[in-house]
Write a protein that binds this ligand. Structure first.
Ligand SMILES: *Cc1c(COP(=O)(O)O)cnc(C)c1O
Length: 383
């Protein structure tokens, strides 16, 4: 474990793992773009790894920082969230049973479905309330996401970990929307935490990255690392450097996004143009009681509006916003709005009137005014 485990998370993030470069005294970390490192006069390598596909000083800095924030034994950063997911899935034994959610981040769910169609795994997808009963003696992996994208239901991590461990399965949590601030899934019994670091961890909408953090170092963890080295989807130095730069303000950004989102949720929860606001911080939300206990660091910046509008009206709402960009992704400093059914396609089970909002760190009054004026332009269709 890193010495940084003794420090509080805001300090770990602000100073990152080695704030001062021992060679030069540089306070901001130098960027090492080199792909190879020369050996010393005794032909010994100077670093733990001496080729960029295996790792780089910038990669290790960001991995140490994220491992310390998540209180894990180590972190492995990849060139995208999905690259990390695919590498992790490779460690599932042939034919093993996986339990996951029927509503969750689309890319991960559809990868599980592809693995099932190829005969690699057997798969059970359920709603959050049926998780415990779907886990059987044959289950190898339980993969959840909380809050659940894009309905923002909250799942009890401790209870799910107990159910998985009872049958010898492991629990992996997609903690992207918890931002490594809201809670520590590993402390609640999670075996592996996953983040699309493209989102809150980087926070500036300019780096694609994924990270896995382990509670214990074991054969499966070593295999993930081996796979990354072989596939070469290691997070490169410049992306690692940018991600570390983003992490330095992680707590400020997550807390401000959470405050803005809570204010928007309260302001719009009974709005005449809306059927419902979905947000973990609202008492009406499924899982709110768990959220209050589990998300002590903030309810996050993600929410969805269910409009009193049809498919076209909901798309129109997104295009009438001035500050919210009509774009996919989430967790950046700038607010975004997305009509999820358009993005997931006609097979999506999501309602036509769901618009997902990623709330940024802008002035709250500007955000509320923008949402109000766009809603005013959408004609109500009673549904
Ligand atoms: C974006 C996202 C992913 C995929 O990560 P990429 O960095 O886009 O590859 C996985 N899970 C969640 C919850 C996400 O938001």
């Amino acid at each position: 474990m890193s010495k940084n485990h003794k420090l509080r998370p805001e300090t770990i993030a602000a100073q990152s793992s080695r704030a001062v470069d021992p060679a030069t005294g540089a306070v901001a970390p130098p960027l090492y773009l080199t792909t190879t490192y020369a050996r010393d006069e005794n032909y010994q390598p100077k670093l733990a790894e001496n080729y960029q596909r295996n790792g780089s000083p910038n990669l290790w800095q960001v991995e140490e920082t994220i491992a310390a924030l998540e209180k894990g034994v180590g972190a492995l950063a990849f060139s995208s969230g999905m690259a990390a997911v695919v590498a992790f899935c490779e460690t599932i034994p042939q034919g093993a049973h996986v339990v996951s959610l029927s509503t969750m981040y689309y890319g991960v769910r559809s990868w599980f479905q592809q693995l099932e169609s190829k005969g690699r795994i057997t798969l059970t997808l359920v709603e959050p309330e049926s998780l415990a009963s779907a886990i059987t003696a044959k289950t190898d992996l339980v993969w959840i996401e909380t809050p659940v994208n894009p309905t923002w239901d909250v799942i009890d991590i401790s209870a799910t970990a107990s159910a998985a461990h009872k049958v010898g399965a492991i629990l992996a949590v997609d903690a992207t929307c918890l931002g490594a601030v809201a809670c520590n899934p590993l402390a609640l019994g999670t075996d592996v935490v996953f983040h699309s670091a493209t989102k809150y961890l980087n926070g500036h909408t300019d780096v694609l990255a994924g990270v896995l953090v382990a509670r214990e170092s074991n054969a499966r963890w070593a295999e993930v690392k081996r796979l990354r080295t072989i596939m070469g989807n290691t997070l490169p130095p410049f992306e690692s450097w940018l991600l570390l730069r983003g992490l330095r303000t992680l707590h400020l950004r997550y807390v401000q996004s959470s405050k803005n989102a809570m204010a928007i949720a309260r302001h719009f929860s009974l709005h005449p143009k809306l059927q419902q606001v979905l947000y973990p911080g609202l008492a009406t939300q499924s899982g709110h009681a768990i959220a209050k206990l589990q998300m002590a660091g903030g309810f996050g910046g993600m929410m969805s509006f269910l409009l009193k509008a049809d498919f076209a009206g909901s798309q129109k709402f997104c295009t009438r916003l001035n500050l919210f960009a009509p774009a996919t992704s989430l967790g950046g400093v700038e607010s975004l709005a997305e009509h999820r059914k358009t993005v997931e396609g006609p097979t999506s089970a999501l309602p036509d009137n769901l618009v997902r909002l990623s709330i940024g760190i802008e002035n709250i009054n500007d955000l509320i005014e923008d949402l109000e004026q766009a809603l005013a332009q959408v004609g109500s269709v009673l549904i």
